[in-house]
Design a protein around this ligand. Structure first.
Ligand SMILES: C[S@@+](CC[C@H](N)C(=O)[O-])C[C@H]1O[C@@H](n2cnc3c(N)ncnc32)[C@H](O)[C@@H]1O
Length: 245
């Protein structure tokens, strides 16, 4: 168990410094972020023009980067955490150290804006959505995933997940979880027609992975669990939507 959160308040960004060595460990504290990055990247089509820009808000250590390879984007990552950004740079991301609510890039510069597992970590997710939509060019694509503001999500993501091996305790503050209807409405207000769907790790892969974790084995040679669609948005959900002209 990683106990970075025990000495810090829930969702304190300094946890990411304490856990800096975990980002690129496939079975480390951020293992599920690797699975989610693959699923998020699958929503991003190949670039349609030379020099297309993908802005990755709250990019962390750039886990999205390998899954974008060959799609033709310049990958700019914005994050508060310098120790994570340094690792993102090593994976080909152009780093901007700053707040996702005030990104020093011009309006309409981005062909794609990604916000993976970010909205549930910020005190004002409405401001991040406004900034994401400001950065998107007309016709540009917003892709995101986040945790829903439901009792089931609080149970699964906090009370259950934080008792599992490798999930950092205190990484989430459930008061920041994001109601999917409010998110759709906020995106619409900024010109993005967001479609959402519930997702979760596939059960057989997840059970195999948990079994390996409890036996202390590293799974570098085995397939990581896949993120699959599920019928309910009540816990984890993905969104994607195009900004209107
Ligand atoms: C759960 S991690 C997700 C990282 C990455 N998107 C991924 O999926 O691998 C959340 C990230 O958001 C960053 N973060 C939190 N609040 C932020 C803010 N206001 N502006 C920019 N980054 C922020 C943290 O430093 C951390 O790297």
């Amino acid at each position: 168990m990683r106990d970075a959160g025990l000495s810090l308040p829930r969702n304190d960004p300094r946890q990411y410094d304490e856990l800096a060595g975990e980002w690129w460990r496939p079975d480390g504290a951020f293992a599920m972020l690797h699975w989610l990055a693959e699923a998020r990247a699958a929503l991003v089509p190949p670039a349609t023009r030379p020099g297309a820009l993908l802005v990755d808000l709250g990019c962390g250590a750039g886990l999205l980067a390998p899954h974008l390879a060959g799609k033709g984007y310049r990958h700019v990552g914005v994050d508060l955490t310098r120790s994570a950004l340094a690792q993102a740079v090593a994976h080909g991301v152009t780093a901007v150290n700053g707040d996702a609510t005030a990104v020093p890039l011009v309006d309409g510069c981005a062909d794609v804006v990604a916000a993976g597992e970010l909205l549930e970590h910020v005190p004002d997710w409405h401001a991040v959505v406004a900034e994401a939509c400001r950065l998107l060019r007309p016709g540009g694509l917003l892709v995101l995933d986040t945790l829903n503001d439901t009792a089931l999500c609080r149970l699964v993501a906090v009370h259950i997940a934080e008792r599992l091996p490798t999930v950092p305790r205190g990484i989430h503050d459930p008061r920041l979880f994001v109601d999917h209807r409010q998110l759709i409405a906020e995106c619409a207000r900024h010109g993005v027609d967001l479609q959402v769907r519930g997702v979760r790790p596939g059960v057989p892969g997840l059970l195999r992975w948990l079994f390996r974790q409890t036996r202390g084995g590293e799974a570098r040679t085995s397939r990581a669990p896949r993120i699959v669609p599920t019928g309910s948005t009540a816990v984890l959900y993905q969104g994607h939507g195009v900004r209107g002209g």
